[in-house]
Design a protein around this ligand. Structure first.
Ligand SMILES: [Zn+2]
Length: 345
């Protein structure tokens, strides 16, 4: 098992976000990564610092104008006048505007909701989050034997809500999509299993008409729950991608057995698909005491989840995404890691 991370992911420090008619205190804080990094340390596992693989794999998924906005938007925003808030934060979403008339128009084009603010150091963390994920993918591309069958990327900020050209839901670059696309250089079939509390509508959108990347997600029903506009069972893909997008929305307040009932169904679809590589979007926000939780997974449940993935006996890349019960991230990640370590070949 190999674990990747990068300290620069701590620089992104949101000050507020807007959701459900309220300005809120950020839940997606730098301390999340600090807590996550305690888990491998407690288990005596080495964490490899991600190296720079470059911008090209990012631009293979995201539009250049959007990436340029993430990188330079803050400076342009602050240069408008003294009346600007200290984070790029749109109050308008109009994805089809031409974004040629200034930074406020760009923000209206590239920020899909009020929960992806951009501060001075956000791009650095966003970039290194993608690089952390890419390091795991790159190791599979570059080795002949796939020795590193189980790889875990401690990534922050998360990615699964990010669209081709819009940020949202604490997400900026879609790490799962970026590495799935990167892996396609060598591998024919990639399966993405998303067990974060929220549906990863960004991944769904990016691969909706493709059959080479299966997306299957277990998440809280999107009825009155983020991302609200996607994540229903009837969204199955289109064109040759029909049948390769499989959603398992859970009713709110689902117990742990119910969660695993849905996970088992998702795993069944993966077995049928028979992928070369599995990408797992791991959200600790399914944990019973998480402020975002609409189900009740225990600490021990994360170990069970890891064991189920390991039993598939394929290369697995795990991307740690949601999880806002900060004081439990260390313990919950330790539980997950112990599921991968146990009976390791
Ligand atoms: Zn989530």
């Amino acid at each position: 098992m190999k674990i990747y991370s990068h300290e620069k992911q701590k620089l992104h420090h949101p000050q507020s976000y807007f959701s459900r008619g309220q300005m809120r205190q950020p839940q997606e804080k730098p301390e999340r990564l600090t807590e996550l990094l305690k888990a491998p340390e407690a288990l005596g596992l080495e964490v490899t610092t991600a190296k720079d693989i470059g911008i090209e794999p990012i631009l293979a998924v995201h539009d250049f104008g959007y990436v340029d906005f993430l990188k330079h938007g803050y400076e342009e925003w602050m240069a408008v006048d003294e009346d600007m808030g200290e984070e790029v934060q749109t109050t308008i979403y109009m994805p089809h505007n031409n974004a040629g008339l200034g930074i406020l128009a760009k923000a209206a084009k590239y920020q899909a909701d009020g929960s992806a603010p951009i501060g001075k150091h956000s791009w650095t963390s966003i970039y290194w989050s993608a690089q952390t994920a890419l390091n795991a993918a790159d190791s599979l591309l570059n080795e002949e034997t796939n020795q590193n069958k189980l790889q875990i990327c401690l990534t922050r900020p998360a990615g699964h809500h990010a669209r081709k050209s819009a940020a949202g839901g604490f997400c900026y670059l879609n790490n799962a999509a970026i590495i799935a696309e990167h892996l396609r250089q060598k591998f024919q079939k990639i399966a993405i299993i998303d067990t974060d509390m929220h549906h990863g509508q960004g991944i769904q959108e990016i691969f909706y008409d493709r059959k080479d990347v299966l997306y299957t997600s277990v998440h809280g029903s999107p009825i009155n729950f983020y991302p609200v506009v996607a994540g229903h069972e009837h969204e199955k893909g289109e064109g040759e991608g029909y049948g390769y997008n499989i959603n398992f929305p859970m009713p709110h307040d689902t117990d742990e057995a119910g969660f695993f009932h849905h996970v088992d169904k998702a795993i069944k679809t993966i077995k049928l698909f028979n992928p070369d590589v599995i990408v797992h979007v791991l959200g600790f926000d399914v944990y019973k005491d998480d402020p975002q939780a609409k189900c009740h997974v225990s600490t021990e449940g994360f170990k069970t989840l890891a064991q189920k993935l390991k039993a598939l006996d394929k290369p697995v890349i795990v991307l740690v995404e949601g999880g806002y019960c900060i004081e439990k991230l260390n313990e919950n990640l330790q539980a997950f890691l112990s599921g991968f370590i146990s009976e390791e070949k």
